[in-house]
Write a protein that binds this ligand. Structure first.
Ligand SMILES: NC(=O)c1ccc[n+]([C@@H]2O[C@H](COP(=O)([O-])OP(=O)(O)OC[C@H]3O[C@@H](n4cnc5c(N)ncnc54)[C@H](O)[C@@H]3O)[C@@H](O)[C@H]2O)c1
Length: 261
């Protein structure tokens, strides 16, 4: 039986890297993204390479869309082995200046997207009684503190807490679902242009794309293919915290020492 992997935010960046890697390993891949054109292009590219692919247009902030994604996956393949809750967006300005629409958009995609994924897929995975993996994409910013990207950090700390609780509760139940939380540093992707997918278009005026430093740091970042290697290895070794940038461990340690006093 083929392994079946579902990836949200699959049309670009890290999601695309994981989809390409899983397809290259012979898995069937279910690609979910809000952006139809790049989604269709990736589906066609992977199919040309001989992969088994299904693309499902999905807005992860919408519970019904994610439920439809789970239903279509099971209808097509009858099973699911890997779920990557990966879609994410960023929006940056001083935290007190963010509008309710900013909070709703970023938390809707980054945190509710993962919540909807868990609610739609975990009950189905539990019924299967087979080894499965859930990879939730957080960020190094889900493990540290500092100024900037306030809503994003709230969402990613939330994804880490959700993943830890999910892992511990599934272990307590003796389930075969292994949870992983992916915490990358900078990766060369399209995330600085996140507002391309924002529904309330008039609020696009300020974003991290305005900051040259941020763009330069991203351009010097890791490739999505390398991140996908880390994810694939973590799945093979049942590693929970996936650190792609070990140099950031000092930053995590500093936060922990600050907490302990
Ligand atoms: N790039 C980095 O440096 C970095 C670092 C740490 C964590 N991350 C995380 O990695 C994940 C992937 O981001 P990326 O860097 O590859 O960015 P990206 O913009 O290249 O890819 C994100 C994908 O998510 C999709 N998306 C956006 N809103 C969506 C929605 N509502 N429903 C479904 N899909 C949606 C986009 O269309 C896009 O294809 C995000 O969760 C991000 O927070 C990125």
């Amino acid at each position: 039986m083929k392994y079946v992997a579902v990836i949200t935010g699959a049309a670009s960046g890290i999601g695309r890297g994981m989809a390409e890697r899983f397809a290259a390993e012979g898995m069937a891949v279910v690609l979910a993204d809000i952006e139809e054109e790049p989604l269709a292009k990736l589906e066609a590219d992977l199919r040309t390479k001989g992969a088994t692919v299904l693309a499902v247009k999905t807005d992860v902030s919408n519970a019904a869309d994610v439920e439809n994604l789970a239903g279509q996956t099971l209808d097509a393949y009858g099973t699911v082995h890997i779920l990557c809750n990966n879609a994410g967006v960023v929006c940056s300005r001083p935290i007190w200046e963010h509008t309710p629409a900013d909070w709703e958009w970023v938390l809707g995609v980054n945190l509710w997207g993962v919540i909807h994924g868990i609610r739609a897929f975990v009950p189905r995975m539990l019924k299967q009684e087979t080894k499965c993996h859930i990879v939730n994409t957080a960020s190094i910013l889900g493990l540290v503190r500092g100024p900037g990207e306030g809503i994003y950090k709230v969402s990613k700390h939330g994804v880490v807490a959700l993943s830890e609780t999910l892992a511990d509760e599934l272990a307590q139940k003796g389930s075969q679902i292994q949870v992983h939380v992916l915490c990358p540093g900078w990766v060369r992707t399209g995330i600085l242009n996140s507002s391309r997918n924002r529904p309330d278009v008039e609020l696009h005026h300020q974003s991290v794309t305005d900051s040259r430093n941020v763009r330069a740091e991203m351009e010097a970042g890791m490739s999505p293919a390398e991140v996908a290697d880390h994810v694939y290895n973590a799945i093979q070794t049942d590693t929970f915290y996936i650190h792609t940038h070990p140099e950031h461990k000092a930053w995590i340690r500093a936060r922990m020492e600050g907490i302990l006093g």
